[in-house]
Design a protein around this ligand. Structure first.
Ligand code: MGP
Length: 200
């Protein structure tokens, strides 16, 4: 063994030291929570009675674990929803962050594109890819017999410029070229004839 190689061997840290170096989880910019609504409410039960918060997390590692184990659209049963919302925001019109908001909706299918669109959206949200990130509440994947869909919930429906920015960016992220529509929660709440919308 040359003296140079011998010196390198002597300088190398002992194998146990390398193995014991603490692994830091990769922190996200903010905390998120997965929710699910996998059963139809019993007759007469209020909407939301079957909606459950699953887990709040703030690291990349926890995200992948939850996604891999549970929150894949292929695991969605008929009429069920999966949600990823900012921690502290409930996926309901009644939540103060959502009350004056609305949603962009895109049609999808569990057999083809829902899985990819859902994952791309999740990664864009936790990776803070939207310029208007503070204006977004979360995303919902819905399995429906009349057609699966994905909805991106935002907090201030009246601000058209912000909604248009979010809608355009989302289409890029999920690789959609067809027109998508935005609706106001306030109209849905009132079952209003006035159905205010934006399209992009
Ligand atoms: P929806 O969001 O218009 O469509 O909700 P969805 O879930 O695809 O419809 P479904 O019929 O296939 O389940 C449909 C209805 O659910 C609304 O008209 C409301 O009666 C009720 N609902 C939905 N959301 C998101 C809420 C909510 O946040 N709060 C309350 N109170 N009711 C809701």
């Amino acid at each position: 063994m040359s003296t140079e190689v011998a010196a390198e061997v002597v300088d190398a840290p002992p194998a146990t030291e390398v193995a014991e170096a603490p692994k830091q989880p990769h922190k996200l910019e903010r905390k998120w929570a997965f929710w699910f609504d996998t059963t139809k409410p019993k007759p007469g039960a209020a909407w939301g009675s079957t909606l459950k918060k699953a887990y709040a997390f703030d690291t990349v590692e926890e995200f992948w674990c939850l996604y891999d184990q549970i929150f894949k659209p292929s695991k969605l049963v008929a009429n069920a929803d999966f949600h990823l919302f900012k921690a502290g925001v409930e996926p309901k019109w009644e939540d103060p962050e959502c009350a004056h908001g609305g949603k962009w909706t895109v049609s999808a299918s569990r057999n083809t594109n829902l899985e990819t669109m859902w994952l791309e959206t999740l990664m864009a949200l936790i990776g803070e890819q939207f310029d208007e990130a503070d204006e977004i509440c979360g995303v919902v994947a819905s399995a429906r017999s009349r057609g699966d869909k994905l909805s991106l919930w935002t907090r201030n429906a009246a601000n058209e410029a912000v909604q248009m920015g979010i809608g355009r960016k989302w289409k890029d992220i999920i690789d959609v070229t067809d027109k998508i529509n935005f609706s106001f929660h306030e109209d849905a709440k009132k079952d209003s004839k006035q159905n205010r919308r934006y399209s992009v």
